[in-house]
Ligand binder design. Structure first.
Ligand code: NAD
Length: 424
């Protein structure tokens, strides 16, 4: 019985992120006037590799992990996208994430298609050396299909610059040359870029600023709630605090903190661990569900998928939702909120700052000449403002919400490139 209810809920609401992405892509392509075969090409990654990775654990036993690498479409250029370490990684999730990377690259106009990787594991339960062996094992398993001109990985949930460094080192050993351009999100001393760590949050900050202008909300004193306190969420909390906004709620996987007068962001940043956990230190926490429904002007989901659904959309009080996370809002919730007049800046636009500075990192690796933080920030600002304007204007002209207009802007370049190549 329980399973049936779950099934019908899934069907009703497309909680399957791949199915819901496919339905928006189909809508976007049909609005753009492309024939059915273009959708047939775009609806799944062109290449999907599943790997089994044996890892020697610290106690001497061997554990076998399952990993994936999806390459959505390489008509424009090499594929690009992060690697996620999480117990809930699935084939469909990795596929959807690779499609979203294609859309992001299209929206910010980068010479890439989308890629994504994931390993089913819980890095919070693993030692430093076990994580190193898993990271190196994954690179050995996927090495034939990745490379600086083929498919370029990066960090995502529960992966960081240390993991990128091990992966780059392993790939360089296999290829027998120093391949810094194989992966982005590296430490600065190994060819990382200034501004990469905070790039996703910077891009989200620019989108919040632009969206607030449209809604005539003054950022100074505006109340902001952020779900997730990892790479994206914690830098964002800092940037919002620095911009004069009041961050009244933040959360991690275990709970949420709320203070209507504003949280002490510097203190929380200081106490958070490398997995973005901070609430375990506090007693009077609220749940993630309660956090999303707090009184605020701006809500930023910066954790995981399917957080805003038809279940809670009606109770959300924010006027603006800017999606730092991938896939946090279902199609049905997007409809409910858009009808209420809430401005939703979709994930494929709002979180594109990360891949943009990853692209800068790759360009710098290829040319062997490195930019200052100011140069990186100025270039990112230009690209994000232009992308926001394009998507916003398209939504007004086409009379559609910003999610659909972002998909239309994002998919067009891939569709055109695939057409010129004679694929469709
Ligand atoms: P992260 O691992 O650094 O942080 C994730 C945060 O989410 C942590 O605070 C964690 O405690 C919290 N979290 C995990 N499971 C949760 C749950 N069930 N409920 C509530 N909170 C939970 O990851 P990140 O890099 O900050 O990524 C966050 C989101 O942003 C993801 O959707 C990711 O795909 C997206 N994103 C990240 C980047 C990037 O450059 N890091 C770029 C684009 C998009």
């Amino acid at each position: 019985m329980g399973d049936k209810t779950e099934e019908s809920k899934q069907e009703m609401e497309n909680l399957n992120v791949l199915a819901s992405t496919q339905s928006i892509i189909q809508d976007a392509l049909s609005k753009l006037g492309y024939p059915e075969q273009v959708y047939e090409l775009m609806k799944e990654p062109m290449r999907m590799l599943t790997v089994r990775i044996p890892v020697r654990m610290d106690d001497g036993s061997v554990k076998i992990f399952t990993g994936y690498r999806a390459q959505h479409n390489d008509s424009v250029g090499p594929t690009k996208g992060g690697i996620r370490f999480h117990p809930e990684v699935s084939e469909d999730e990795v596929k959807a994430l690779s499609i979203w990377m294609s859309l992001k690259s299209g929206i910010v106009d980068l010479p890439y298609g989308g890629g994504k990787g994931g390993i089913i594991c819980d890095p919070r339960e693993m030692s430093f050396r076990e994580l190193e062996r898993l990271s190196r094992g994954y690179v050995r398993a996927i090495s034939q299909i990745v490379g600086p001109t083929k498919d370029i990985p990066a960090p995502d949930v529960f992966t960081n610059s240390q993991i990128m460094a091990w992966m780059m080192d392993e790939y360089s050993r296999i290829r027998e040359f120093d391949s810094s351009g194989f992966i982005t999100g590296k430490p600065l001393v190994l060819g990382g870029s200034h501004g990469r760590e905070s790039a996703t949050a910077k891009g989200v900050t620019i989108c919040i600023r632009e969206a607030a202008k449209k809604k005539e909300i003054d950022l100074t004193g505006a109340k902001v709630v952020i779900q997730g306190f990892g790479n994206a969420g914690s830098f964002l909390a800092k940037f919002m605090h620095d911009a004069g906004a009041t961050v009244v709620g933040i959360s991690d996987a275990y709970g949420a903190l709320h203070d209507p007068e504003g949280l002490d962001i510097d203190y929380l940043l200081d106490r958070r661990d490398s997995f973005g956990t901070v609430t375990k230190l506090f007693k009077n926490t609220i749940t993630n569900e309660e956090l999303l429904e707090l009184e605020c002007d701006i809500l930023v989901p910066a954790a995981i998928e399917n957080q805003i659904t038809s279940e809670n959309a009606d109770r959300i009080k924010a006027e603006i939702i800017v999606e730092a996370a991938n896939g946090p809002t279902t199609i049905e919730a997007t409809r409910i909120l858009s009808d209420k007049g809430v401005l939703i800046v979709p994930d494929v636009l709002a979180s594109a700052g990360g891949v943009t500075v990853s692209y800068f990192e790759w360009v710098q690796n290829n040319q062997g000449y490195y930019w200052t933080e100011e140069e990186v920030e100025a270039k990112l600002e230009n690209i994000m403002v232009k992308a926001f304007d394009n998507v916003y204007k398209a939504s007004k002209i086409r009379q559609v919400n910003m999610r659909l207009s972002a998909y239309m802007v994002g998919v067009r370049k891939l569709a055109e490139a695939s057409r010129f190549r004679g694929w469709v």
